[in-house]
Design a protein around this ligand. Structure first.
Ligand code: 5GP
Length: 189
């Protein structure tokens, strides 16, 4: 496979998209590999460099922007940059796999615009803002300020759901997982 497909999962933080992406990566019938993004944010205790993210300093990240190394990048939160390195997609396609992304809404739409035919863009919708808030609090990885920032951003992101190829509503997780499997399987097989 010189060029495979691109499966984009975008959603407000706390919608459950990471859970869905991790689930799909475990399915042997789906030849997918995770696109490891670069980020300038701090590593969380449970995260592993070069597995969850390429953790870069702000200067390193900005150097990559200047060098045009990114397929897309966004300042998702103030001074917290996230981006997809072009080399990441080449690396995965060279292995004969399709690329699966867990990225923000604007980044997801950029990839869809750059590769319209090859990309399946999926939006994961939380049942409500209240549920989202509860999930983010339960996770205990962010301060109250950070949670409020994520909620404000979520409200903006929800308005963009209609630009995606598919919307999965994550009310009951098992149902959402099955729906995601079916949609992705139909697209790549
Ligand atoms: P977190 O800090 O919770 O890991 O991620 C924050 C947000 O950044 C999430 O919505 C995540 O999907 C998004 N994100 C992660 N990687 C990328 C990327 O490469 N590009 C863009 N645009 N967003 C990303």
């Amino acid at each position: 496979m010189t060029q495979g497909k691109l499966i984009v999962f975008s959603a407000p933080s706390g919608s459950g998209k990471t859970t869905i992406v991790k689930h799909l990566l475990k399915k042997e019938t789906l030849p997918l590999e995770f696109s490891i993004s670069a980020t300038s944010r701090q590593k969380r205790a449970t995260e592993v460099h070069e597995k969850d993210y390429y953790f870069l300093s702000l200067n390193e990240f900005k150097k990559n922007i200047e060098d045009k190394s990114f397929l897309e990048w966004e300042e998702v939160y103030p001074n917290h940059f996230y981006g997809t390195l072009k080399t990441e997609i080449e690396r995965i396609w060279a292995k004969g796999k399709h690329v699966i992304f867990d990225i923000d809404v604007l980044g997801g739409l950029t990839i869809k615009k750059k590769y319209p035919e090859q990309t399946l863009a999926i939006f994961v919708k939380p049942p409500s803002i209240e549920v989202l808030k509860r999930r983010l609090k339960k996770r205990q990885t962010e301060s109250d300020t950070a949670i409020n920032m994520r909620i404000a951003k979520a409200k903006e992101e929800l308005e963009k759901a209609s630009h995606f190829d598919k919307v999965i509503e994550n009310i009951v997780l098992d149902t959402a997982l099955l729906e995601a499997e079916t949609i992705v399987d139909n697209f790549i097989n």
